[in-house]
Write a protein that binds this ligand. Structure first.
Ligand code: PRP
Ligand code: URA
Length: 219
């Protein structure tokens, strides 16, 4: 049996979100008996919690506000607006939860699938807001395995002009973290867990299986 380890120290540039609610929901998702409906619901809920964590340091500014009692200066989010960039398909599972917290965010869709033989990322769709260079872009995908998909998505977003990016996932393999942070050291990473390793087919161990298939009930 492979135990899920809780890391004390995350690698540089990586935040492991150890909140008990996140960890509890992730464990429910790992269970192979979890229904498609349950898996999707949990991914949505964790998306909300991770959105809370990844936006924790957004700058605020004081704005004049009239309460029913008096006028006061109160904080509101300042600066750049957000783009959420899910990697299709599984990244879409995070989207509704994140948009619940940040309803005004724009959305960039990045269609990629992993070639099962080579594990390289193959692009089939890309659509992003034209003002992406002026926005904070949060790339989301539940799984960071080899990181071929994450690196390809971030390459593509940078080509399109994105300058300020963050990456959020649910589960990461140490191999994927090493590759992503080497390829894009300017992109900080948030994950709920760093698992033990990749297996010979590029799946995260112990992991949760194929996130897209479990979310949509395919295969
Ligand atoms: C999964 C997952 C990531 C990718 C991670 O997508 O959602 O995008 O694999 O693996 P990597 O780090 O080795 O690139 P998949 O290609 O299975 O597509 P899907 O979401 O459409 O099922
Ligand atoms: N993609 C998945 O969905 N799961 C893995 O374990 C690896 C890549």
């Amino acid at each position: 049996m492979i135990e899920v380890a809780m890391l004390d120290a995350a690698p540089k540039g990586v935040t492991v979100v150890s909140h008990p609610l996140v960890q509890h929901k992730l464990t429910l998702m790992r269970d192979k008996k979890r229904s498609t409906k349950g898996f999707r619901q949990l991914l949505n809920e964790i998306g909300m919690l991770l959105a809370y964590e990844v936006t924790r340091d957004l700058p605020t500014e004081l704005v004049e506000t009239e309460t029913p009692i008096t006028t006061t200066m109160a904080p509101m989010i300042a600066g750049k607006k957000l783009v959420l960039a899910p990697i299709l398909r599984a990244g879409v599972g995070f989207l509704d939860g994140m948009l619940t917290l940040v309803p005004s965010a724009r959305v960039a869709h990045i269609g990629l699938y992993r070639d099962p033989e080579t594990l390289t990322a193959v692009e089939y769709y890309f659509k992003a807001p034209s003002d992406i260079a002026d926005r904070l872009v949060i790339v989301v995908d539940p799984m960071l395995a080899t990181a071929n998909s994450a690196v390809a998505a971030i390459d593509r977003l940078k080509e399109r002009g994105a300058k300020d990016l963050r990456f959020v996932c649910l589960l990461a393999a140490p191999e994927g973290i090493a590759r992503l942070t080497a390829a894009h050291p300017d992109v900080p990473v948030w994950t709920a867990a760093i698992d033990e390793k990749l297996n010979d087919h590029g799946y995260i161990v112990p992991g949760l299986g194929d996130a897209g298939d479990r979310m949509y009930g395919t295969r």
